[in-house]
Design a protein around this ligand. Structure first.
Ligand code: NAD
Length: 391
């Protein structure tokens, strides 16, 4: 089969197995070209197949020599049916880890469910003993509460008042104004259920009760804050309520980990094009301008650069990490630099459809979005017939 990108409503429904494998290998090459990190040796990554979770798994394995377990919820390939990008990424990761003699186990299923938690507990116990690290990196649209069986769907909406802003369709460069109506209280609650910290806490509790956490265990979950342009839809909106809940749960997890001398950290990461962030109003326009500014200042980072910096410069240096006044690690420090934000604001005030390609890095964003699905990778022959069920 010849596999091409098929995109509808900013969602790419196809993925290229060889391109995804090359994308994973290029991240591995980035890490292997750098200094090793004295990081955790047995790591569970929940949300391991894409974006920040995949990058963190690659750094764990290829910078610290860790055995890893990756949990993700992806469409498996079969026969002529394409798998999702995350499916191919996870399988490609395992192939590369096997080749390097690094134990790697993939679990495909709903991380919110009791069943997947039990499967993971069994694999930790039988294959790697105890865990030194847990990276929690889920971006999900819905969650079935394991206790009540109720389905909660997250929404990306402002709270209290409508939000009107410019946004861009980064696939064709069209700029338009969008208005999003405010969420109901119930919608805020649902979003917190899905993207808040409850499930992170459940994972840690479950593993700790099973006696599977090592002394000095470290866990990290990812948050985002962002600039004034997106505040009403992001940080002060439904998703921000969920992120505040996630950040609060770090405190509860820290208390629970005290007997193990363990730590839970929140890392506030940089805005990046991933499958999740392309869906938020205003954010794609902000990212297009931010990429232009950060690239011109040679400050741009992708997921792998951010995760390597997290491990190498912040978490596993032998000294306590630098944190903000709320105890959070700020990998968004370069994004939020005064000069970067001032320049983005200047561009935001001038940008329109005719000037977006010049003022914003639309091409770079689009290329990155396609690469997340295995397209546009150097060295891959896209005219070649490929079996969808390569893995
Ligand atoms: P992503 O969409 O690239 O990856 C999400 C991962 O979650 C995938 O591995 C997917 O399989 C997994 N997943 C989703 N639902 C699941 C389920 N029910 N069970 C198991 N796995 C499931 O997302 P991302 O952008 O890397 O985001 C990861 C985290 O980083 C999120 O918490 C996000 O809010 C945060 N973050 C993202 C950005 C950004 O700009 N992308 C910035 C800061 C923080």
């Amino acid at each position: 089969m010849i596999i091409e990108p098929r995109i509808r409503n900013n969602i790419c429904t196809t993925a290229h197995p060889l391109g995804c494998a090359e994308q994973v290998r290029s991240q591995i090459r980035y890490v292997k070209a750098r200094e090793a990190v004295a990081g955790p040796k047995r790591v569970l990554v929940v949300g391991s197949s894409n974006g920040y979770g995949l990058a963190a798994r690659i750094v764990s394995a290829f910078a610290s020599g860790a055995a890893t377990i990756g949990v993700a919820y992806e469409r498996q390939s079969s026969g002529n049916r394409l798998g999702s990008a995350g499916w191919y990424n996870n399988e490609a990761f395992r192939t590369e880890a096997d080749g390097a003699g690094l134990p790697a186990f993939n679990i495909n299923g709903d991380a919110f469910s009791e069943e997947i938690k039990s499967q993971t507990v069994d694999i930790v116990r039988s294959r790697i003993g105890t865990l030194d690290g847990l990276i929690y990196s889920i971006a999900a649209p819905r969650r079935i509460d394991p206790q009540t069986g109720r389905i909660h769907s997250s929404v990306i909406k402002p709270v209290g008042a409508p939000f009107t802003s410019l946004t861009v369709d980064f696939l064709n460069g069209d700029i338009r104004t969008v208005t999003t109506q405010p969420a109901t209280e119930e919608e805020v609650g649902h979003t917190v259920k899905v993207m808040g910290g409850e499930d992170w806490l459940l994972w840690v509790d479950r593993l700790q009760e099973a006696g599977l956490l090592s002394h000095g265990f470290t866990t990290v979950a990812f948050s985002y804050i962002g600039p004034a342009f997106t505040r009403a839809i992001y940080r002060d909106g439904t998703i921000g309520a969920a992120k505040r809940d996630l950040e609060d749960k770090a405190g509860i997890i820290n208390d629970a980990l005290q007997p193990l001398d363990g730590r839970a950290w929140i890392s506030v990461n940089k805005a990046l094009v991933t499958r999740a962030s392309a869906m938020i109003p205003a954010v794609p326009l902000y990212i297009a301008l931010l990429y232009r500014v950060m690239k011109s200042k040679k400050l741009h980072e992708g997921c792998i650069q951010q995760m390597y910096r997290l491990y190498h410069d912040v978490l596993f240096t032998g000294s306590p990490p630098m944190v903000d006044d709320r105890g959070r690690i700020r990998l968004d420090d370069w994004e939020m630099r005064e000069d970067v934000q001032r320049e983005v604001r200047r561009l935001w005030e001038r940008v329109e459809t005719g000037s977006i390609s010049e003022l914003g890095d639309i091409e770079g964003m689009k290329a990155e979005f396609l690469r997340h699905h295995g397209f546009g990778m150097p060295g891959v022959d896209y005219s070649r017939d490929v079996a969808p069920d390569l893995y």
